[in-house]
Design a protein around this ligand. Structure first.
Ligand SMILES: CC(C)(COP(=O)(O)OP(=O)(O)OC[C@H]1O[C@@H](n2cnc3c(N)ncnc32)[C@H](O)[C@@H]1OP(=O)(O)O)[C@@H](O)C(=O)NCCC(=O)NCCS
Length: 169
């Protein structure tokens, strides 16, 4: 699978991508929000993934600069899709994250028929919250002690959601 954004390409992750993804996750600016991943965990969680997951690498100028996944809930009465992502430190702050999210959101809404998307940044991740709000995601509420951080403490997260016609395309 390959999805084209304005400046990024999203393509299905391959086992050969695991070392590059592990190197990105080892960067302090990424590990701070995603936690500790060795190569085995990258393969298990990000390459193989679980049911309902669509794992993709983010490419820019022919290089892997990050990772994005959709997690689809297919129970008909609760149908929606969640999105998670990270970008290499030197690719952050250039609008490439919103480009990747917009591209995946268009696939989920227009082609897979989702009416609602969610994303759940740590409550202290102000850049992530700003990036998602720019695309039309709205804060729903704070999920307390939701995510264990690298220092072992449980941190709050902000649940954000977006209905299909709210996506800023
Ligand atoms: C979060 C992330 C996906 C955002 O993607 P990005 O391409 O870096 O985002 P942008 O460049 O569009 O920046 C988003 C907005 O936040 C603002 N911003 C940048 N740094 C900020 C900061 N430290 N605090 C608050 N806002 C900030 C920018 O001004 C920008 O808005 P603007 O375009 O109107 O100026 C990316 O930075 C990333 O992967 N970070 C590390 C891992 C991570 O946090 N993943 C998300 C976990 S939920």
């Amino acid at each position: 699978m390959e999805l084209r954004g304005r400046d990024v390409i999203l393509r299905t992750v391959a086992i050969d991508d695991a070392p590059a993804l592990a190197a990105i996750l080892a960067e302090p600016e990424v590990a701070r929000w995603w936690g500790v991943f060795d190569l085995d965990r990258v393969v298990a969680d990000l390459v193989r993934g679980g049911p309902g997951e669509t794992p993709l690498v983010i490419e820019h100028d022919g290089e892997v600069i990050g990772y994005i996944q959709a997690v689809e809930e297919e129970e008909p009465d609760f149908r929606h899709a969640g999105i998670d992502l990270f970008l290499r430190t030197d690719a952050q702050g250039r609008g490439l994250g919103p480009d990747a999210i917009r591209t995946l959101a268009i696939e989920l809404i227009d082609r897979r028929g989702h009416h609602r998307l969610t994303i759940d940044p740590a409550a202290g991740n102000t850049r992530a919250i700003a990036a998602y709000a720019k695309l039309g995601f709205r804060p729903v509420g704070v999920m307390r002690a939701y995510q264990r951080m690298t220092d072992g403490r449980w941190a709050d997260a902000l649940l954000m959601d977006l209905l299909a016609d709210e996506l800023v395309r």
